[in-house]
Design a protein around this ligand. Structure first.
Ligand code: DX5
Ligand code: ZN
Length: 252
């Protein structure tokens, strides 16, 4: 069920005077999803970008998936404009949506993949009723609003719980994590089951952007490879599946 890990550089920590060039550098370093943090000064105590900036970025980066993380009140009012600006995925906070199901359908109706986000204090069970209709679930591993905060370790349990639920219910959503993703946390994050790794500070705030992205991806891939089941266990699992199929066949 789990898919390949991907790095989603968050432009929040980029130099906004050189946004296009820095975003491109992070993608050249191996980022495959560009994470765009939209803040309104109400839902979170900070302000960032709106649709015009996204539309400009889209002109300079035509191909890559744009992952728009809305940390705003009344997201329904802005979803059409961000879709029009060229984003591919839009995620909204469970805490900000009174009619979450309606909002997720609104995102789909504008041709974007719907995602839902929960803050550190919100339990995974708050998402029970929408897991079947989301493309991704974003676990916040810091309180949203700012880059470069400390990773909250409890979010690992939430990632594991989500992965278990996905497996038990046979669902398809992808698991994304956002906040404090860095070289010293990324191994545990991947082992817990996160697949889309948002990183701002660790990519843009020091040194060479391409090299930072490459180093994060290397660490993520090696953790993913180390946590794969051994070949013997895979054969056993396949044998069990086949024998179950045989039993079912005999019954029909
Ligand atoms: C925080 C934002 C994040 C942030 C990532 O509200 O949603 O995307 O940029 O955090 P760091 O800088 O810790 O990677
Ligand atoms: Zn974010």
């Amino acid at each position: 069920m789990a898919s390949v890990v991907e790095l989603a550089p968050s432009i929040l920590s980029a130099n906004f005077a050189q946004l296009g060039a820095e975003a491109k550098a992070a993608l050249e370093g191996g980022g495959t999803v560009l994470h765009l943090d939209v803040m309104d000064g109400h839902f979170v105590p900070n302000l960032t970008i709106g649709p015009p900036v996204v539309a400009s970025l889209r002109k300079t980066i035509p191909e890559v998936t744009f992952d728009c993380h809305l940390m705003i009140e009344n997201p329904d009012e802005f979803i059409p404009a961000f879709a029009e600006a060229g984003v591919n995925w839009i995620s909204v906070h469970q805490e900000a949506c009174v009619h979450l199901d309606r909002t997720l359908h609104l995102i789909s109706s504008h041709g974007c993949k719907p995602g839902v986000v929960i803050n550190p204090a919100t339990p995974v069970r708050a998402l029970d009723e929408v897991l079947e209709i989301v493309h991704h679930v974003l676990i916040m591993s810091v309180n949203p609003g700012f880059g470069a905060q400390h990773f909250i370790p409890n979010s690992l349990k939430k990632v594991e719980e989500l992965a278990r639920i996905r497996n038990a219910r046979g669902l398809e959503f992808r698991i994304e994590i956002d906040g404090g993703v860095a070289l010293d946390t990324i191994g545990d994050i991947v082992r817990a089951g996160a697949e889309i790794l948002v990183a701002g500070n660790a990519v843009f705030s020091h040194g060479d952007i391409r090299e930072n992205a490459q180093a994060l991806l290397r660490a993520a891939r090696s953790a993913a490879a180390a946590s794969k089941p051994a070949p013997r266990m895979i054969r056993t699992a396949a044998a069990l599946r086949n024998s179950k199929t045989d039993r079912q066949r005999r019954r029909t």
